[in-house]
Every structure is written in structure tokens, then in C-alpha cells.
Design a protein around this ligand. Structure first.
Ligand code: AMP
Ligand code: MG
Length: 422
């Protein structure tokens, strides 16, 4: 037996020279994940949040032809007298969807509705609020108008041939509208990645099972399910797995047959890594990483057959932090999406925060906008990595970078609003 005290990685350790930085871990993940290959052709309504496979180019101009941006009167600017008011005859009406078919000559104008095609012979639309209608029905217009006024030009939104949606873009609701405006009914998107997950721990019982002394309810699978539900993935919940190599091996084998990504929680901290290690060593290639973040320091990353494996810590807050920082980017990489980084906002800290340099910390905060339009952020009480209510009460992470050595009340900090789909 060794006379030394074990030095195994733990969430509680301070700065460790062996640990890798958050950005290095992220870079390794994105480097190693191979995007899914298969695609499917779907009606555009079903493409929300899916990853576009090939750049979409516009088959025509949008709008296809010049049309009116206002309700008013279409006329030729040339037909207006300089420096005075001109009286014009109204010769008809152009409706959205029902164009005016005649031609407009000098001294004439056409009543026009928003979205109606610009009649032949006209080059401006005068807002109806800016004209005067005489008792005799003449339209009086002053000289203060320009060619092109209130006209939406053809191709002003999208020119024919222009790329409107890049390959690798995740489709948002506006993209669906843009596709519809181009008359595109279906789109080829990458298939959804399949994500399987399970919890590990002899102490865990599922909801509905009795809570014997020493047992706790498994909460991680529920937080994971919630976070995964914000993403375009197919989910397989593999339940709770006992802390034994055989059970672990079986679940990993099963998962690797079905999933592109396998996520486990627990069993990667002090003393416990050993029960995962042999199972993983047999089945695939895996690395145990110490990442310079808190909470969430130990993380396992590897490959089992064609599946990516990510072993998250067991502590419920660490699960959510590592999910947001590493699993979400891994899922987007798997899905073939262009990577996005979360937006950080400046905020004034209302509470002091203790912090050791050398690692990133993700404290849980409640940010509110003050009367001057500045974000103010307070901590959600106790910040232990087991205190899940610190997450449920929060709306953001307070992100304290490596070099931060602590925060005084009033200091500026960065916050990252929760968005599990980023
Ligand atoms: P571990 O990494 O397995 O040592 O777990 C660290 C801590 O997180 C322990 O206190 C576990 O009881 C707790 N924990 C692990 N998994 C879960 C889970 N699925 N739900 C709630 N707590 C968990
Ligand atoms: Mg455990």
C-alpha cells in the first residue's frame, strides 16, 4: 500500500497544472467529432432547428417585381410641376395581387395599395397622408418628392442567385419564411443526431421508488432530458446504471449500437473512475480530462465504435455546466452545424465572489436590467456543485475567466444567459 495520499482529480482541487483549458477542451471536441453524413428531404415546416445540407440560392428576385411600400398614389415624378402643387386625375386603382393594367400618362395618377405592383408609367408612390383630394376628386401633390419614393425594388430583399441560407446553418423561423418566399417546399437537411444518456450511481433511485437511507433520486436524467429537448436530436434514455463494470459495459455496448453520442453522469470523480475505465478500455478509446473549470472539472471524452462518448461529472450543477460548455458544441458538430459561441454580456456584480485564478468558474446568477439599461447580477445563494436550485433560480451563468482573482460588489463581470440550444 502506498504511503502517499491519493492525488486523483476532484472537483474540489484548486488550479492543477495537468488540467487543460476550457478552450483547449472545446477545440479537441470539435476536432474529433465527425458530422453525421446522412440527409433527409423534409417539408420546410419540419426543418426548424435542423442543419441545412447545401447552400440555398434564390431562384428569383424577392420581391419579384417593384411594388408599393405604402397606401397612396403612384405617379411619374416628371409630371409634377417644380416648386408648386400639381393636380392629377386618378385613373384607377392597383391592389395587392390585382395590378392596374393600364398605363399612367402625365397629369394622371393611380391609387395604389401596399404590396401592389407599380403601374406602368409611374416611378414614385406618394403616401395618401401627403396628398389632398379636392371636392372635384382631383389629387393635389406638392413638388417635394423623389423618384423611387415608397417603392420596394425588385430583388431588394433577395437578388436572384444570391445565397440565402448557408450549408451548415441551423434553420430558424425566419429561414422557413425565406424559403417559403422563394417557393421552396422541401429542403435537404442533415439527419438528427441520436443521443443516448444514462446516470450512474448505486445511490440513485428513479422517481416512484422508495428513498431508503443513503439513496437519492436521480435528477440528472431529468435535467439532461430538459436540455436535450431544446436541441434537434433524437433522445434515448437508458436509465440508471449500477456502479459495476459489467453493467457499465452492457449499457455502453447497447448505446453504441443506437446512438451517435452517449452521455453518462457520475462515476468520474475520485476513486470512481476505475469502474468506468475498464469497460471503456475494452470497448473504445477514451481519455480522462481534467478541465480547468469549476464546477465540472473531470470529464471523460472518447469513442466507442462510431459513437462519441462524454462522461460528465455526477454533481447536478456540474452536469449542466459541462453540458452547456461541451456537450452542446459536440452535438452541433455532430449535426454538421456551423459552430456558434454563446454571447456574453457585461453586468455589474451585486455580490462579492471568491475565485482562484487558473480556471474558469460558472457561478449561477440572476441578471436584471436596471433603470439605466445596465445588467446587474446577483448570485443565487449557495454555489456548491450539488445545489441544483442554484441553477433553477438562476437565469444566467456568471462567467469568471482564468485570470479573475475574485470579484467585489460593484465590479464588472460577464454573464451568459441560459440558452440550452446554443
Ligand atoms: P460521482 O461523480 O458519481 O461521485 O457523483 C458526485 C455527486 O453527485 C454525488 O454526491 C452523487 O450522489 C451525485 N450524483 C451523481 N449522479 C447523480 C444523479 N443522477 N442525480 C443526482 N445526484 C447525482
Ligand atoms: Mg457516483
Amino acid at each position: 500500500m502506498s504511503d502517499k495520499i491519493s492525488n486523483a482529480p476532484s472537483c474540489a482541487d484548486p488550479f492543477d497544472p495537468d488540467s487543460i483549458s476550457l478552450s483547449a477542451a472545446l477545440a479537441r471536441i470539435e476536432e474529433r467529432v465527425v458530422p453525421v453524413h446522412a440527409c433527409e428531404r423534409l417539408p420546410i415546416r419540419e426543418c426548424l432547428d435542423r442543419v441545412n445540407n447545401e447552400a440555398v440560392k434564390s431562384p428569383h428576385d424577392v420581391p419579384p417585381l417593384p411594388n408599393s411600400a405604402m397606401d397612396g398614389f403612384a405617379l411619374a415624378i416628371d409630371s409634377l410641376a417644380q416648386g408648386t402643387v400639381t393636380e392629377l386625375d386618378e385613373i384607377g386603382t392597383a391592389f395587392a395581387g390585382t395590378p392596374f393594367t393600364g398605363s399612367c400618362e402625365a397629369g394622371q395618377c393611380v391609387r395604389i395599395m401596399t404590396g401592389a405592383l407599380i403601374p406602368e408609367g409611374t416611378d414614385a408612390v406618394i403616401m395618401q397622408e401627403q396628398v389632398e383630394v379636392t371636392d372635384a376628386g382631383k389629387i393635389r401633390v406638392d413638388a417635394d418628392h423623389q423618384v423611387g419614393e415608397n417603392i420596394r425594388q425588385a430583388g431588394e430583399d433577395i437578388a436572384k442567385g444570391e445565397t440565402v441560407i448557408d450549408a451548415g446553418a441551423r434553420l430558424n423561423p425566419a429561414d422557413l419564411g425565406v424559403l417559403a418566399s422563394l417557393g421552396i417546399a422541401q429542403l435537404q437537411v442533415k439527419r438528427k443526431p441520436v443521443v443516448a444518456f444514462f446516470s450512474t450511481g448505486d445511490e440513485l433511485v428513479s422517481i416512484g421508488e422508495p428513498l431508503e437511507p443513503g439513496k437519492i433520486h436521480d435528477s440528472n436524467r431529468y435535467s439532461l432530458h430538459g436540455m436535450l429537448s431544446s436541441l434537434a436530436v433524437d433522445i434515448i434514455d437508458l436509465g440508471v446504471v449500477k456502479d459495476e463494470p459489467k453493467a457499465m459495459r452492457e449499457v455502453l455496448e447497447k448505446a453504441s449500437l443506437q446512438a451517435d453520442l452517449i452521455i453518462s453522469t457520475g462515476g468520474v470523480s475520485v476513486g470512481e473512475a476505475d469502474f468506468i475505465k475498464p469497460a471503456l478500455a475494452d470497448l473504445g478509446t477514451t481519455e480522462f480530462w481534467k478541465i480547468a473549470i469549476k464546477p465540472g472539472r473531470p470529464l471523460t471524452f472518447g469513442q466507442i465504435e462510431a459513437s462519441i462518448f462524454m462522461g460528465l461529472p455526477g454533481n447536478p450543477v456540474a452536469v449542466m455546466v459541462t453540458f452547456s460548455q461541451f456537450v452542446v458544441p459536440a452535438i452541433h458538430a455532430l449535426a454538421g452545424a456551423i459552430p456558434r459561441r454563446p454571447a456574453l454580456f457585461r453586468a455589474r456584480a451585486l455580490d462579492p465572489m471568491r475565485k482562484k485564478p487558473g480556471r474558469y468558474e460558472f457561478q449561477r446568477g440572476i441578471a436584471i436590467l436596471d433603470d439605466n439599461g445596465e445588467w446587474q447580477v446577483s448570485k443565487t445563494g449557495k454555489q456548491g456543485s450539488g445545489i441544483l436550485t442554484s441553477m433553477s433560480r438562476a437565469n444566467c451563468f456568471i462567467v469568471l475567466p482564468d485570470d479573475n482573482t475574485g470579484v467585489e460588489a460593484g465590479d464588472e463581470v460577464k454573464i451568459q444567459f441560459f440558452d440550452w440550444s446554443l
